[in-house]
Ligand binder design. Structure first.
Ligand code: ADP
Ligand code: MG
Length: 315
């Protein structure tokens, strides 16, 4: 790598380097680095493996989120990657590092949230690791799931339609409300709920229909770019079809933010973004089409603008 710092290289580039350097020609390895979860053929079925971490100060701020909500969210975020493969979560492992001075009530509430989410997703905790940490709290979950037919990021074909399963930008707008308030508030509306205690979208109805799928964890544009990269296709999306809820529009405008920008680049919605053949009847929100190579947004007046993979990137 000629880039001096990770920040200069960028997250997408870093992952690309890992993908190139760790390529294996194994029959059982259906998908590895580059999809929401790794897919391993096992007998007639496929096993799915995914892991995601949450760091204090990076992914969460304890001034805004309760330990109970945090525990629930940790599981949802990981289950979302299993769902994004068209899978069913089965087992969870947890790695948790907490401060020595953290109160036991924090631990209890964190695990209460984790337990609630595990039972919501019909998943069980089978192990993990625990450690003390000097400063920032660290949480990570690994989920093992299965499916009879994985839906990969790489299956989109020219002519397919692009869909999402729900409103976008809700979570990012919820976070903006919390930042403005500067303290914990009851999740009394959908925006706060979707930020503090998101529920992953079950893909069961899309099985056998979706040609490719990814969950929107970092933002529509960046996750659509990931899907397009893996499928080696382009995408044309329509600004007026991007689903923005009336509540999000109103709140964003009152905070001086662009609702459309939140919907296209805001992270942590955990809605599913998928493609399906154009002639299939689908119960989801149609936002655009898969094309050969251009990656563009068509605005309300019909003007085309190339889109960049904007959204949350660590580096
Ligand atoms: P997601 O947001 O669905 O968790 P990302 O798009 O962030 O996934 O990650 C892209 C791919 O890179 C995933 O397949 C993930 O498993 C892989 N990946 C990320 N970090 C590492 C790592 N440290 N080692 C190996 N693979 C990694
Ligand atoms: Mg994902």
């Amino acid at each position: 790598m000629k880039e001096k710092t990770l920040c200069h290289a960028g997250e997408l580039f870093l992952i690309e380097q890992l993908q190139k350097n760790f390529q294996y020609n194994l029959k059982s390895l259906v998908a590895g680095i580059g999809d929401d979860a790794a897919v391993i053929k096992y007998g007639k079925d496929y096993l799915l493996f995914t892991t995601d971490m949450m760091l204090e100060g990076v992914h969460f701020d304890l001034h805004y989120i309760t330990p109970y909500q945090l525990g629930f969210k940790l599981i949802s975020v990981n289950v979302s990657d299993i769902y994004a493969m068209g899978g069913t979560p089965m087992y969870a492992l947890l790695n948790i590092a907490l401060r020595k001075k953290t109160e036991t009530s924090f631990f209890n509430m964190l695990f209460k949230g984790i337990k609630h989410a595990l039972s919501y997703y019909k998943t069980i905790l089978i192990g993990g690791d625990i450690s003390a940490v000097r400063k920032d709290i660290y949480l990570s979950a690994t989920i093992i799931g299965s499916t009879t037919k994985p839906i990969l990021r790489s299956g989109a074909k020219e002519g397919d339609k692009i869909y999402v399963t729900g409103y976008l930008g809700e979570s990012a707008c919820g976070l903006e409300i919390l930042k403005k308030k500067g303290m914990r508030v009851k999740p009394s509306n959908n925006l706060l709920k979707r930020h503090l205690m998101p529920a992953a979208r079950n893909p069961d109805k899309l099985k056998g229909i979706a040609t490719s799928m990814i969950d929107i964890s970092d933002g529509l544009l960046i996750d659509l770019t990931r899907l397009c990269d893996e499928s080696k296709v382009g995408a044309r999306i329509y600004e007026e079809k991007i689903p923005v809820s009336p509540q999000m529009r109103k709140t964003a405008l009152s905070l001086g933010l662009s609702p459309l920008n939140l919907a296209m680049t805001g992270g942590e919605d955990y809605e599913l973004l998928f493609t399906a053949p154009h002639n299939k009847k689908i119960k989801a929100i149609y936002i655009g089409d898969i094309v050969k190579s251009e990656r563009v947004i068509i605005d309300k007046l019909g003007f085309k603008k190339a889109f960049e993979p904007k959204g949350y990137q660590h580096f």
